[in-house]
Design a protein around this ligand. Structure first.
Ligand SMILES: Cc1cc2nc3c(=O)[nH]c(=O)nc-3n(C[C@H](O)[C@H](O)[C@H](O)COP(=O)(O)OP(=O)(O)OC[C@H]3O[C@@H](n4cnc5c(N)ncnc54)[C@H](O)[C@@H]3O)c2cc1C
Length: 468
């Protein structure tokens, strides 16, 4: 007899699990999703002349996402970061050997660093930075000053990649493995939510679509999962309870850390795995410019602050939070074009002020961002006023509490994949009762959409194998 399954969360891992179960004849399914939409950290919204992604945006290499859509002509190479322009806070365009060296060392920040349990990513990177850039320019005072200022840029950029609040938080070691191929493919139509349509077979031929609607319950927050007993019991915030033979749990590490969802609590080994994972966040700033001010040949702008300017900015702009006298605006590190949405620029914002920054009014966001953009680019460009502005709030949303997982400093060991520990099911006897999917349960592709898809399929397979 086929089992009943409850899936907690309709992000891409939950959807992938549901599709796989359904296609293998396990159709007694319920998916409970706390938000009013599917997709989770894939969140494509109508904006400007097209769509933009508030969450995942790039397909990193020829992974399972790529394989799923490769015959549909949906992805393209973005060429965004290949020709970035770096600007200094005095308004000058920096384009010399030093800035090239700097960009190279930052973009390959996790290569050739000392990896050890004792060393954070920040410390390991500093060692590398000291022995390369600072060493090279130590007898060249003007460039040495820029090279020292480059550290703030390096910090912000690394945080953006890691999704961490400070570079002392991630480990210097990592189990992440890049998949071969172009790391920065973008969606030609709409945005990353195209993958949901393809997975659910709503695209390209909607007559083949998987009837997920009957199984999907939106605005349903799970508040307790009781996993001892013949069946698992799932309680919702609306007061109802639901039983199933198996539960697949997909919410983020942030939710797992914050909410007390399991009765009884999960075993120590899993608690330790949760503790080993960092989950902080970044912010995406989305700006629409009715009148474009950048050149067609521009793709990405990087902002490098002069230390003196940084220390003085609150005198020029003092709205919104600051830390150690330095305003939040210093955390806007890059502006990037969106190929499919030509009047839009996306700003990348990182750092420890994110929880406070997410709460700022859009008015302050807009004023602060334009202050930075004009300060850096106003000399070379006639920067126009933006129209609509969006500002993501992943960290303060209780259904996410951050953006993507990283491996925390103090826990890293080459042979230990805490992601695998997190993925271990809660069992009754030998039967897996609660199974764990989601990006953070992938041993090498955590923090990505492709990792999330593989994890959902993996847990569906675990159930399918029990009912030959
Ligand atoms: C800003 C940003 C940029 C990113 N950029 C990229 C990128 O360029 N490329 C890439 O590959 N990846 C990127 N990622 C990461 C990628 O989006 C995620 O790894 C992936 O989407 C995670 O999917 P998931 O199913 O594991 O989790 P989620 O998408 O978080 O799905 C879990 C679901 O569970 C729901 N939920 C939570 N708690 C409960 C509850 N108690 N009851 C019921 N439902 C609940 C949530 O609402 C959510 O829908 C980015 C993420 C963010 C936020």
């Amino acid at each position: 007899e086929k089992p009943s399954v409850i899936i907690v969360g309709a992000g891409v891992s939950g959807i992938s699990a549901a599709v796989k179960l359904f296609e293998n004849g396990i159709a007694n399914l319920k998916i409970f999703e706390a938000e009013d939409r599917i997709g989770g950290r894939i969140h494509t919204v109508k904006f400007g002349d097209n769509f933009i992604d508030l969450g995942a945006q790039y397909c990193h290499g020829e992974n399972v996402v790529y394989d799923t859509v490769k015959d549909l002509d949906l992805l393209e190479h973005a060429q965004l970061f290949s020709t970035p322009k770096m600007y200094y806070s005095n308004g000058s365009h920096l384009d010399n050997q030093l800035t090239q060296d700097l960009q190279k060392v930052v973009s390959s920040y996790d290569h050739d660093i000392t990896r050890s349990k004792e060393l954070s990513l920040g410390d390991a990177f500093l060692k590398k930075y000291n022995s390369t850039i600072l060493e090279k320019y130590k007898n060249d005072p003007e460039n040495f000053k820029l090279a020292s200022d480059g550290l703030t840029f390096a910090h912000s950029t690394i945080l953006m990649h890691e999704g961490a609040f400070h570079w002392s938080r991630p480990a210097s070691g990592r189990h992440y493995k890049a998949v071969k191929g172009d790391q920065m493919m973008v969606w030609k139509q709409r945005g990353y939510d195209m993958i949901l349509d393809v997975l659910l077979k709503r695209y390209p031929d909607p007559s083949l679509k998987i009837p997920i609607e009957e199984k999907l319950f939106l605005n349903k927050r799970v508040t307790k999962i009781t996993w001892t007993g013949d069946k698992a019991s799932v309680k919702l915030s609306d007061g109802t309870s639901h039983e199933a033979d198996h539960v697949i749990f997909t919410p983020s590490v942030g939710v797992l850390t914050h909410d007390d969802l399991f009765e009884p609590v999960v075993p120590p080994r899993k608690q330790q795995a949760i503790k080993s994972m960092g989950f902080d966040g970044i912010i995406k700033l989305i700006l629409y410019f009715p009148e474009k001010w950048w050149h067609d040949s521009d793709s990405t702008f990087f902002f490098l602050w002069d230390r003196k300017d940084l220390e003085g900015i609150t005198k020029e702009f003092n709205e919104g939070p600051s830390k150690d006298g330095i305003s939040w605006v210093s955390n806007l590190v890059a502006l990037v074009k969106v190929p499919s949405n030509p009047h839009v620029l996306i700003g990348w914002v990182s750092g420890g002020l994110i929880p406070e920054m997410e709460k700022m009014s859009l008015d302050v966001v807009k004023k602060g961002s334009m202050f930075v953009i004009r300060k850096f680019l106003g000399r070379d460009y006639n920067v126009t006023e933006p129209g609509e502005v969006l500002w993501s709030d992943w960290h303060n949303n209780p259904n996410f509490r951050g953006t993507y997982s990283y491996e925390k400093n103090g826990y890293f060991e080459e042979e230990v994949h805490y992601q695998d520990h997190l993925a271990e099911p809660l069992t009754q006897g030998t039967t897996p009762v609660v199974l764990f999917a989601g990006e953070a349960t992938h041993p090498t592709h955590y923090s990505t959409v492709h990792g999330a898809i593989e994890s959902g399929r993996r847990e569906a397979d675990r159930i399918i194998a029990l009912y030959p």
